[in-house]
Design a protein around this ligand. Structure first.
Ligand code: CA
Length: 287
């Protein structure tokens, strides 16, 4: 079994970043070739630019004659665009096709092979009937759920890139972005001192009031992610105003408490009065 696998599959490149390429030494039609790729790796090979095309050809074994290798670009009908099945992309360059190709020679050449011979057509493509037997060329994706902590993993033949969600940074989106909090202005009749100059995560600002003024509110606020102060800026008021406010508040509280007490007392009396009313008696004539 082990020897069979070694004969049928070959690994072309072992890199820690980006796709790895693989192929089989057994020929099959295009549909079987794709299934073989999907079963053993990720999908039939996708080519996104000329550099990837040339790199793939440099890794595949050179063949003196057909059959060559199936690649993962196809179409279902004559008038459809060629599409890479692995990622639904449509890249084709002016130099991709061999001379006089794609010729749709049999009116149903909807699959594509890549030449790996030594001639001038090396690395060029040819449209072919999908039923013809050729070797599958596959890729294995390196992106997985753990590749990017807080982001989307993008992959090419030699690189993995993480597109980070807002608020995260780093090559694997593993670091929370330290967003700046909006600068705080000095309070009237007071001043503030902030630790550090960037006002980012965990920066703290301390407020103090001028002599003769009383602080209302918390004396410190801290910048928390994502760039939000954890409390409002305090105000500095004169002791006189604070005292008046305190007295006013006390008076309001007293009035409010009185109102509540009266209201409760009134409801209690009403309830007692209802309890004393005699129950309604229904008299029925005797038969
Ligand atoms: Ca052709």
């Amino acid at each position: 079994m082990k020897w069979t696998l070694l004969l049928l599959c070959s690994t072309l490149a072992e890199t820690t970043l980006g796709w790895t390429y693989h192929y089989s030494n057994k020929t099959m039609n295009w549909t079987q070739a794709r299934q073989w790729c999907q079963t053993n790796y990720t999908d039939m090979v996708v080519i996104q630019n000329q550099k990837e095309n040339d790199y793939l050809v440099s890794l595949l074994p050179t063949k003196r004659k057909a059959p060559y290798f199936w690649i993962g670009i196809t179409k279902k009908h004559k008038n459809e665009n060629w599409t890479w099945v692995g990622n639904n992309s449509t890249w084709i360059s002016e130099q991709s096709w061999a001379a006089n190709e794609p010729n749709n020679n049999h009116s149903n050449e909807f699959c594509v092979e890549i030449y790996v011979n030594k001639g001038g057509n090396r690395g060029k493509w040819n449209d072919e009937k999908c039923a013809i037997q050729k070797y599958p060329a596959c890729y294995k994706a390196q992106c997985n759920v753990t590749s990017c902590n807080k982001g989307r993993c993008l992959e090419t033949m030699d690189n993995i890139t993480c597109l980070c969600e807002p608020g995260f940074e780093g090559d694997r989106c593993q670091t929370e972005t330290a967003l700046e909090c909006p600068p705080l202005s000095q309070p009237d009749n007071g001043y503030l001192r902030c630790s550090g100059g960037n006002l980012t995560s965990n920066s703290t600002c301390r407020f103090k009031c001028n002599p003769g003024f009383l602080m209302i509110g918390l004396p410190t606020v801290t910048c928390e992610n994502p760039g939000i102060w954890n409390g409002p800026r305090p105000i500095c008021t004169s002791y006189k105003l604070a005292l008046l406010a305190l007295v006013g508040c006390g008076a309001f509280s007293t009035i409010f408490c009185c109102c509540c007490f009266c209201c409760m007392k009134h409801r209690k009396r009403k309830k007692l009065a209802q309890g004393r009313q005699p129950e309604e008696v229904t008299c029925q004539p005797q038969g």
